[in-house]
Design a protein around this ligand. Structure first.
Ligand code: M6R
Length: 611
């Protein structure tokens, strides 16, 4: 989604803004722009397309001299992606420039009232309303801070805003509601950004803004105000990951790098939480009594994080012998959910900023449920609003298509399931011990799968020229197939569907024809024979079959299918942890063969901060 950067200091702002925006490219965007306040007021450059276009057009920022400015990468919501709709938006007086992430929901009403007052609009965006409204109030009262206050009282919706005013060429104004924004503290210079990746080259001293807060940045410092606009202080966070973590490090794509990082990421997410064969969740504040008293369990998330929840449902229900409801956050929030005191809602989110997930969290919290979140980005909104957070410690994930975040979320959810099962007394000693041993072995087993990359690349050729691919599986393999299918469609643009194998014959099998690629998952041993029958069923209709199974079933599977890839045998609950790796690689190599923009797939954003 949209990315915001801001800089105020003593050196030229434009190259720093462009560099910051480059590091936010992974969030997804379709146009970009910068506004710099120089001696002659505010100068703006913006353009549709990649950041490089903007950089070339401004000679790397040299055409916009000035030590203070704001920048933006736009992911279009209101109005098509073009130069005019790109941010920053300038007010009628030419004195105020605004960048915005989010949606101003009452923008039409505000726009009509401004039109009646004689304002005209250049763009189709909701954001321009903010610029003109600020202009209107500022003209009326002559006090910019007061004008900002009036504007914030008038707008409804979600926003992170970076604002500059030519009358105050030494200040950036920033505020947020339901969209991420953070402040970076430097020596004689200060920064604003949507996420830390934009700032890590310049500072590691960060403050996360909360809803309703306002910040005024200058080269001398940052003044912070609470939602009543009273001056306030906030806790500073030190970012300790290395800049290399957000660089490609020799890989062709971030996605490939992040696939390859999974053994390390899973080790980090789990090893420190296992001591002498026991799972120790020291970051969990729930007491054994509270755990035993849990009335109902929900898992709420979006996209791949939801798919982790689907795997979690199978595993947690087995471990805890109780119902686990998995909900799409975008549905949960509007479903008048039957959730309340005594219930535990597990929220899963890589970014910790997904708007629907955040809204679902607030809904559940409002109704009295306890919130435990599994989050990657430290200090993100979801993490801060939860009663408990288990961080996944995957490091920054840059590719839009999630890989290591998915794996670490699943690893943490498995640990949680085993821990709860132990406390609740629903997991026997042997199951617990075997699972813990299995978890510790995962990183090494993942390495053996990664070593098969050439074979997987070869298999990818079987799908490259097709428009439709089906994934089938039962039980845990079904949950895993959902993620395999999403990975493929989001980066290769091949239509694909994931089906519970038993459902095929209730309609979908009519789509299978000569040569249709079907990726059959058969890793779950208790249902291997059933998986084989479904293989035979689609083969009889002409399907071309790629199968995923375990080493011990590879030979039997190979007799029936066109290509087979196997993963090491492990405990049933851990199979998706291994099975996802070849599916990610398959999607990656198919997209590569098709020449797709793998790290920045069309229309997608890394962190979905709008509804
Ligand atoms: O940051 P989140 O985990 O909350 O994001 C949820 C989804 O947008 C995300 O998992 C998305 O489906 C993936 N980028 C797909 O690879």
């Amino acid at each position: 989604m949209c990315g915001i950067v801001g800089f105020v200091g003593k050196q030229d702002a434009a190259p720093i803004l462009l560099d910051g925006l480059r590091r936010l490219e992974y969030r997804g965007y379709d146009s970009a722009g910068i506004a710099v306040c120089g001696e002659e007021g505010i100068a703006i450059a913006k353009s549709r397309g990649r950041l490089q276009v903007l950089s070339d057009a401004t000679r790397g920022g040299a055409d916009l001299p000035g030590v203070m400015g704001i920048g933006h990468t736009r992911w279009a919501t209101h109005g098509e992606p073009n130069d005019i709709n790109a941010h920053p938006h300038l007010s009628r007086s030419g004195k105020i420039a605004v960048v915005h992430n989010g949606i101003i929901e009452n923008y039409m009403e505000l726009k009509i009232s401004l039109l009646e007052k004689g304002y005209t609009f250049r763009s189709e965006t909701d954001t321009e309303v903010v610029a003109q409204l600020l202009d209107y109030y500022y003209e009326g009262c002559g006090d910019f801070f007061e004008a900002l206050n009036c504007t914030l009282n008038a707008v409804d919706g979600a926003y992170a805003l970076g604002i500059i005013c030519a009358d105050y060429p030494d200040r950036i104004y920033a505020t947020r509601k339901d969209a991420p924004l953070l402040l970076g503290y430097g020596e004689g210079e200060n920064y604003l950004a949507s996420d830390v990746t934009a700032l890590i080259r310049y500072t590691r001293d960060i403050v996360y803004m909360d809803d309703g807060e306002v910040a005024v940045l200058s080269d001398k410092g940052i003044r912070l105000y609470d939602r009543m606009l009273r001056p306030m202080e906030k806790e500073h966070h030190h970012i300790d990951w290395e800049i290399d973590a957000a660089e490609k490090g020799g890989y062709a794509h971030f996605m490939l790098k992040e696939i390859m990082e999974q053994p390390r990421a899973v080790r980090e997410a789990t090893a420190a939480r296992i001591q002498d064969g026991r799972i120790v969740l020291s970051d969990l504040s729930m007491t054994p009594e509270q755990i035993r008293a849990i009335r109902k369990l929900y898992i709420v998330a979006c996209g791949s994080s939801y798919h982790v929840g689907m795997v979690g449902k199978y595993n947690l229900e087995r471990l805890l012998r109780r119902n686990v409801e998995v909900c799409l956050a975008s549905e949960f929030r509007y479903s008048d959910p039957i959730v309340g005191e005594g219930d535990l809602v597990i929220i899963i989110s890589q970014s910790g900023e997904t708007l629907d997930t955040m809204a679902a969290l607030r809904e559940a919290k409002k109704r009295g449920a306890r919130i435990l979140s599994i989050v990657n980005v430290v200090g993100s909104s979801i993490a801060r609003e939860s009663h408990d957070v288990l961080y996944t410690w995957a490091g920054p994930e840059i590719a839009v298509a999630t890989t290591k975040a998915y794996s670490t979320q699943m690893a943490v959810l498995n640990l949680l399931g085993l821990y709860f099962g132990d406390v609740m007394g629903t997991v026997d000693y042997e199951t617990y011990e075997n699972a813990v041993r299995g978890i510790l072995a995962l990183p090494e087993q993942m390495e053996t799968i990664l070593a098969k990359k050439d074979r997987i690349r070869e298999m990818a050729k079987l799908c490259v020229d097709h428009d439709d691919v089906f994934f089938i599986g039962r039980n845990l393999d079904y949950a895993l197939s959902l993620e395999g299918s999403l990975k493929l469609k989001e980066i290769s643009y091949i239509h694909s569907e994931a089906y519970a194998s038993g459902e095929l014959k209730h309609g979908t099998i009519s789509l299978i024809e000569d040569g249709t690629p079907v990726i059959a998952l058969g890793t779950y041993a208790p249902l291997f024979d059933k998986a084989m029958s479904n293989v035979v069923e689609v083969q009889a209709r002409g399907a071309k079959l790629i199968a995923l199974t375990t080493d011990s079933h590879a030979a039997a599977m190979a007799e029936r299918v066109d290509a087979v890839i196997s993963i090491p045998d492990t405990e049933a609950m851990l199979l998706p942890q291994l099975g996802v790796v070849p599916l990610q690689m398959l999607a990656y190599y198919i997209a590569l063969e098709r020449g797709c923009d793998i790290d920045k797939p069309r229309n997608l954003a890394k962190s979905v901060t709008v509804e």
